[in-house]
Write a protein that binds this ligand. Structure first.
Ligand code: FES
Length: 92
C-alpha cells in the first residue's frame, strides 16, 4: 500500500461550513491543500480522500502532513522529527 506524501509541515486552518461535503486530501499530492483535487487517482490510486460533512460550521485545523491519527484534523504529528526533517517536493 502507498504511504501518503507529506504535503506540508503544518496544519491548515479552514472555516468549514455546515452541511457542505468536503474531501480532505489523504494522499498528500493535491495542489489544493488541504483538500483533494483528484491527484490521488494517478499518484496513489489506493488512497482515497476522506469525505466529511459537519452539522455545524466551525473553524478547524486540518492535517497537512497527512500522518495524523485523527484525520482530517491535526493531532500534532507534524511536530515529530520524521515530518520536520522530511524533504518536501518543491511547491509550485
Ligand atoms: Fe490527495 Fe485526492 S488528491 S486524496
Amino acid at each position: 500500500p502507498s504511504r501518503p506524501a507529506i504535503a506540508a509541515k503544518h496544519p491548515y486552518q479552514v472555516d468549514l461550513k455546515a452541511g457542505k461535503l468536503y474531501a480532505w486530501c489523504a494522499c498528500g499530492h493535491s495542489k489544493k491543500q488541504p483538500f483533494c483535487d483528484g491527484s490521488h487517482k494517478t499518484a496513489t490510486p489506493d488512497i482515497s480522500p476522506l469525505r466529511f460533512q459537519l452539522e455545524e460550521a466551525k473553524s478547524a485545523w486540518l492535517c497537512g502532513c497527512k500522518h495524523t491519527k485523527s484525520p482530517p484534523y491535526c493531532d500534532g504529528t507534524h511536530k515529530e522529527e520524521f515530518v520536520q526533517k522530511a524533504e518536501l517536493p518543491r511547491q509550485l
